[in-house]
Design a protein around this ligand. Structure first.
Ligand code: CA
Length: 222
């Protein structure tokens, strides 16, 4: 995932950029609105983390231009980072097209968690997902356990991808149904169990997907 961090604070900017690189993101840092616009003309970013108070202009103005200026390549997602914690400013940020909002001072761990949440949304370009000894390349439609490639049908693949986006979480049959089957399909919840049992068989032992009685299923995250 490629991130543009727009932050003019000389300490905070480099520190956050370094933290994000340690989380294995590709990060470009811009200290002014002008620098940010230059980078947005030339690159496709998955996420822009945008400070609102910039030395050469308002981040909100840049946010609005992302939707209208044909020279700028709009990122898939925008998180606004700002010391302005008034309700009006949050509303203005969200109205201008931000997907999320983080008030300074924030914990780096919280920013990292918000970015993971954005990455899980379907339209962000996915890197290879890895949970335990499972790996999944969404773009190439390939998955592996250990070094062995799994031969999955499209539906089994979608189900595994959904589990791998939410490792350690209990997913109900209804949630799986909603996320793995599209609106055109007319499945019964029984078909979730059928596909799941096939997927489990292909994943082999020890089975990484546990049944949580009365609640659903969980991909064990080591
Ligand atoms: Ca600032």
């Amino acid at each position: 995932m490629r991130i543009l961090l727009v932050e003019d604070d000389r300490d905070l900017g480099p520190a956050v950029a370094m933290g994000l690189r340690n989380e294995a993101y590709a990060v470009d840092l811009a200290a002014t609105r002008g620098e940010a616009e230059e980078l947005l003309c030339a690159n496709d970013f998955d996420v822009v983390c945008l400070d609102l108070g910039l030395p050469d202009g308002d981040g909100l103005e840049l946010l609005r231009r992302l939707g209208t200026d044909p020279h700028l390549r709009p990122p898939r997602r925008v998180i606004v980072l700002t010391a302005r914690d008034a309700v009006d400013d949050r509303v203005a940020g969200l109205d201008s097209g931000a997907d999320d909002y983080l008030v300074k001072p924030f914990d780096f761990a919280e920013l990292a968690a918000r970015l993971r949440a954005l990455a899980r949304r379907a339209d962000v370009r996915e890197a290879v997902l890895a949970v335990g000894d499972l790996r999944l390349d969404a773009a190439a439609h390939r998955a592996w356990r250990g070094g062995t490639e799994l031969e999955l049908t499209a539906r089994e693949f979608s189900m595994l991808r959904y589990f791998m986006h939410r490792p350690g979480e209990v997913l109900s049959t209804e949630e799986i149904l909603e996320h793995v089957w599209d609106a055109q399909a007319d499945p019964f919840t029984a078909s979730v169990r059928v596909i799941l049992s096939r997927l489990r068989r292909k994943l082999g032992e020890p089975g990484p997907i546990a049944t949580v009685v009365g609640a659903g299923y969980r991909l064990e995250a080591p």
